[in-house]
Ligand binder design. Structure first.
Ligand code: ADP
Ligand code: MG
Length: 239
């Protein structure tokens, strides 16, 4: 598991877009942090910098106290779940979940054990022999999560993992995500533009606007004491 520190992390794209400006945040080991804000406010860019999928223009990213700005994604030991499921259509659920472990050259027994364990947590045991085409959207997203957790990464990053699902399923999947995080206790950064998701899922919520943090706090704290009108309006509190 990992603590993650963003110290004045800034992202300027080559075309001049300042997507994230001096982002400061300390995420504790085992914490579940939500990044929320309107479309284009820099949530995905922030997550991609933590994962190493985007370079950091300035500032420092530390994982477990070590500067990792220049560390390749695969050396960060972080798993990411995207909104698009990107499962391999020709592989069964078991093979999809086993894939990252095969790449890591684990033994057959170890792979089976880890996949069975992850399947149990995500209630996928009965579906292990199915192909993605024969799964519902929610089941597919659970497989995508399973593929992320099998490696027991230091941290999970999730970028709007539920936004492709219909409203009812989204509510059900919130419970799955929340239970998964509690059970594994893995440091998680979860991006959403959905206020309800933000206010119900995480330990702490980071409200972003135009590349900058507006406020960070526990949901109740943000609701009771919004810093400004944007925060109040965004989370729907009465002040
Ligand atoms: P969010 O995930 O909150 O919707 P993003 O992090 O995707 O926001 O984008 C933040 C800002 O950076 C937006 O203005 C977006 O248009 C811009 N942006 C994202 N990717 C690029 C890129 N590769 N080049 C230039 N600008 C980009
Ligand atoms: Mg995004």
């Amino acid at each position: 598991m990992a603590d993650i520190v963003l110290d004045k992390v800034t992202k300027a794209f080559p075309d001049g877009t300042l997507a994230v400006q001096e982002f400061n945040l300390e995420i504790a080991d085992g914490e579940f942090v939500i990044l929320v804000g309107p479309s284009g406010c820099g949530k995905s860019t922030t997550l991609n910098m933590i994962a190493g999928l985007e370079d950091i223009s300035s500032g420092e990213l530390r994982i477990d106290g070590q500067r990792v700005n220049d560390k390749a994604p695969r050396d960060r030991d972080i798993a990411m779940v995207f909104q698009s499921y990107a499962l391999y259509p020709n592989m069964t659920v078991r093979e999809n979940m086993a894939f990252p472990l095969k790449l890591a050259k684990l033994s057959r027994e170890e792979i089976d054990r880890k996949v069975d364990e992850a399947a149990k947590v995500l209630e996928l045991t009965a579906l292990l022999d199915r192909k993605p085409a024969n799964l519902s959207g929610g089941q597919r997203q659970r497989v995508a999560m399973g593929r992320a957790i099998v490696r027991s990464p230091k941290a999970f990053l999730m970028d709007e993992p539920l936004s492709n699902l219909d409203a009812k399923l989204r509510v059900q999947m919130r419970t799955v995500v929340s239970r998964l995080q509690k059970r594994l206790g893995t440091t998680t950064v979860y991006v959403t533009h959905d206020q309800t998701e933000a206010m119900t899922l995480g330990d702490r919520v980071v409200i972003m606007r135009a590349g900058a943090i507006q406020q960070v706090g526990e949901p109740q704290e943000l609701y009771d004491h919004p810093n400004n009108l944007f925060v109040a309006g965004f989370i729907g509190s009465p002040s």
